[in-house]
Design a protein around this ligand. Structure first.
Ligand SMILES: [Zn+2]
Length: 170
């Protein structure tokens, strides 16, 4: 998979992200293309652009560059794309898989995005006790996810481009 280098507004290299994520950042106006592949273009549903090899963020972001992203509620929602881990509908809350009252902590592996209904229904129980099943297992975000979180401020990403056909530019 092709990776794109992300530079901070001051041109310091920050990370590499997938081509798909680079395209989303450019579409959102969060970054501009500094260097593109000569000749290859990306087509999504409504846009076409050169394949970005290097993009630069328009605004300077302070990224605490650790190997591990620090946990936050907002981060859990972003990681799970605002989808409820129990029913797949839109999530606005964060559920502790093992409830805090049972010793479950604020960690990436113990928290999932959940819709308010499911969060209330599950209440102070584990999924097994509540007879509910996780659609996906929680996971620790990669440094690239942490970067995206810093860049987007945790707002929901707009429609992801349908994954692009790569073609030779005209
Ligand atoms: Zn739900």
């Amino acid at each position: 998979m092709r990776r794109t280098l992300v530079l901070n507004a001051g041109f310091e290299p920050l990370a590499t992200v997938s081509l798909r994520r680079a395209v989303v950042l450019v579409m959102q106006g969060k970054a501009e293309i500094e260097q593109a592949h000569p000749g290859l273009r990306v087509r999504a549903t409504t846009v076409e652009m050169p394949v970005p090899l290097v993009i630069r963020l328009r605004r300077y972001v302070k990224v605490p560059f650790r190997q591990r992203a620090s946990w936050s509620r907002r981060g859990v929602l972003v990681r799970d794309r605002y989808r409820c881990a129990y029913c797949g509908r839109r999530a606005t809350t964060v559920d502790h898989v093992v409830p805090r009252s049972h010793g479950g902590g604020d960690t990436w592996l113990n928290t999932v995005a959940a819709c308010r209904e499911d969060n209330n229904r599950k209440a102070d129980r584990t999924p097994a006790q509540a007879g509910m099943r996780l659609l996906n297992q929680p996971f620790e975000p990669t440094p690239a996810d942490a970067l995206l979180l810093a860049v987007t401020g945790g707002r929901e990403l707009p429609v992801t481009p349908r994954w692009p056909a790569l073609g030779r530019g005209a």
